[in-house]
Write a protein that binds this ligand. Structure first.
Ligand SMILES: [Zn+2]
Length: 172
């Protein structure tokens, strides 16, 4: 019988590490190499997403470095931000964007496999109009989850306007 009082945190063997949605390359692009080498990396050639605002602005849609382009292809949706209030009463605003990681160069193969499955996102940007990047919070959703959120928002608004079938247990 052990008398040790030392406790260790449980380790989940199969728990995937959190990987960033977008990242700079390990090395600049030289040659497409999708399969991945023995060093656990793959080389991707950069193609902008079809919606990328940088392409709409006249930039090349292919082959720009991540340093030039940035880690994301994005495009804003709607002509204005959506205003809201923080709990302390201070005003804020939400932006809606299309967002897809832009990759050009050498990346860890594990990250490439995960990134390929994620593809593009609907992105909510909290405090989108703030000049300070640190104030902005970016929330990334799959297409399916964005549709669920949109439906919930409409249903909540319709309930407050009393034009929806009420939630069970709610009385209008
Ligand atoms: Zn782009």
């Amino acid at each position: 019988m052990t008398t040790s009082t030392t406790t260790k945190p449980a380790v989940a063997i199969d728990e995937p590490a959190t990987l960033p949605l977008a990242m700079p390359p390990i090395r600049e692009f030289t040659k497409q190499r999708l399969v991945g080498g023995e060093d656990g990396t793959a080389d991707l050639h950069g193609w902008c997403a079809w919606f990328c605002a940088q392409v709409q602005d006249g930039n090349d849609h292919t082959g720009r470095t991540v340093a030039e382009h940035g880690e994301w292809c994005t495009a804003g949706v709607g002509s204005a931000f959506v205003e809201f209030l923080h709990s302390d009463g201070s005003p804020g605003d939400l932006g809606v964007e299309l967002a897809e990681p832009y990759t050009h160069g050498t990346y860890p193969l594990d990250w490439v496999r995960v990134q390929n499955g994620r593809n593009a996102f609907v992105r909510l940007v909290v405090d989108a109009s703030s000049d300070d990047e640190a104030d902005r919070t970016e929330l990334h959703m799959s297409i399916a989850h964005a549709r669920v959120l949109a439906a919930h928002l409409l249903y909540a608004a319709d309930n407050l306007d009393r034009i929806a079938t009420p939630m069970p247990g709610w009385e209008h």
